[in-house]
Design a protein around this ligand. Structure first.
Ligand code: PMP
Length: 417
């Protein structure tokens, strides 16, 4: 008899039978407040009726158009709809299935377009698990240990992790940009560097927002050296941070934007967006895939974009993000093991530290487990697994945020005792 591989590590013991809005229901009918949103995917909530309806209708019309064989309307309509929300100039889109694949596609494009090989990424970043994306990923041992050698041509320089360094944001930013300049003069000469790849908020690496001055420093260096700035919005897109795109907390615009997760409310779909003039530097057929731009996923994505707009989910994330952050700070005030509370919008986290400022992984894991026992599903992150993150669906309301905070407070108290 076959069984599920022991390679799978599951964050909670829940067997989910059904999802509705911000709740998951297990086989015993128990309700769980889902502040994981399927790792930041179900921004419109589980099974939003408009997304369900759009997908249901498409299933009966055309499931698999196969975009390298024939074109289909949901994909064309989605290109048009994304045109309304993408930053100016990013007017050319290519579709794939997952975040990792889109990251890989952006690297191919960057190499094709610049004729250069090297990619610079930032310590603690997560860009995926496929072998190319894994080469860009330094968010923790489990993503890298034992898989090498990974793709060459990748330089890793510091991300401004102010809390970890015990610095303020400006100091951390100055340090990170100086180290980047050093890398461009040494390990990855600017003339060999195709792209910087950066997350607007370090996600799996610990929910650390990139200071705007850091992103602006990258933009300036990219322009100066003819390097592409690739922004990985896989986790930060579609309102998650309280702006439509995470990078919009700064003044920059990317050369290539990578998107996935929240795009289709749980159907596998991802994309890269760039100016047409940049895409034209590669050639037709240089990218592709059997399932990219699946018709049902595209139909679900169209409904997702409408829900985000019609239900003001971006604004909801901004307003309730403040409420969540303030509530988490109140809990932290009674619990010195929570050394830092941070985030943007509904991408919030608590970092657990020992009294001398070292990562307290055990305390974070205890609190995470205790929360799950209370019916609040959360995820951990950070290189040391000592950060507990809260990523509710963006349809969450104020009373559900308060419920989560009450459960979190009880979980942290229980875990400490
Ligand atoms: N980039 C970022 C910023 C991510 O958060 C993730 C997934 N957590 C990925 C890329 C990879 O996406 P996927 O798991 O869909 O391959």
């Amino acid at each position: 008899m076959a069984q599920l591989s022991p390679l799978l590590k599951q964050a909670t013991p829940v067997l989910a039978e059904r999802g509705e809005g911000v709740y998951l229901y297990d086989a015993d009918g128990r309700r769980h407040l889902d502040f994981t949103a399927g790792i930041g995917v179900t921004n419109t909530g589980h099974c939003h009726p408009r997304v369900v309806e759009a997908a249901r209708e498409q299933v009966g019309t055309l499931i698999h158009g196969q975009y390298t064989t024939v074109m289909h309307r949901p994909l064309l309509r989605l290109v048009e709809a994304l045109g309304d929300v993408l930053p100016d100039g990013l007017d050319s889109l290519f579709f794939l299935n997952s975040g990792s694949e889109a990251v890989e596609a952006s690297i191919r494009l960057a190499r094709h377009a610049t004729g250069r090989q090297n990619i610079v990424v930032f310590h603690g970043s997560f860009h995926g698990r496929t072998m190319g994306a894994a080469a860009l990923t330094t968010a923790g041992t489990k993503f890298r240990a034992g898989i090498g050698p990974v793709m060459p041509g990748v330089a890793v320089t510091p991300f401004p992790q102010a809390y970890r360094y015990g610095w303020d944001e400006d100091e951390a930013t100055r340090f990170a940009l100086r180290e980047l300049d050093y890398a461009l003069a040494t390990s990855s000469p600017a003339s060999d560097t195709a792209a910087f790849v950066v997350e607007p908020v370090l996600g799996e690496g610990g929910y650390i927002p990139a200071p705007p001055a850091f992103l602006e420093g990258l933009r300036e260096r990219a322009d100066r050296h003819g390097i592409l700035l690739i922004v990985d919005e896989v986790q930060t897109g579609y309102g998650r941070t309280g702006r439509f795109w995470g990078h919009q907390h700064s003044g920059i615009s990317p050369d290539v934007l990578i998107t996935a997760k929240g795009l289709a409310s749980g159907f596998p779909l991802s994309a890269i967006a760039a100016p047409a003039a940049l895409m034209e530097k590669a050639w037709p057929g240089s990218q592709g895939g059997t399932y990219g731009g699946n018709a049902v996923a595209c139909a679900a994505a169209l409904a997702t974009l409408e829900v985000i707009r019609d239900e003001n989910l971006v604004e909801n994330a901004a307003v309730l993000g403040v409420r969540l952050n303030e509530g988490l700070r109140k809990v932290a005030a009674d619990h010195p093991e929570i050394g830092d509370v941070r985030g943007l919008g509904l991408m919030q986290a608590c970092e657990f530290s020992t009294p001398d400022g070292e990562p307290d992984t055990a305390a974070a894991q205890r609190a995470h487990r205790a929360a799950a026992e209370q019916g609040l599903l959360l995820l951990t992150c950070g290189a040391f697994g000592n950060v507990v993150r809260m990523i509710p669906p963006l349809v969450v309301d104020a009373s559900q945020i308060d419920d989560a905070l009450a459960l979190w407070s009880a979980a942290v108290a229980g875990a400490a005792g």
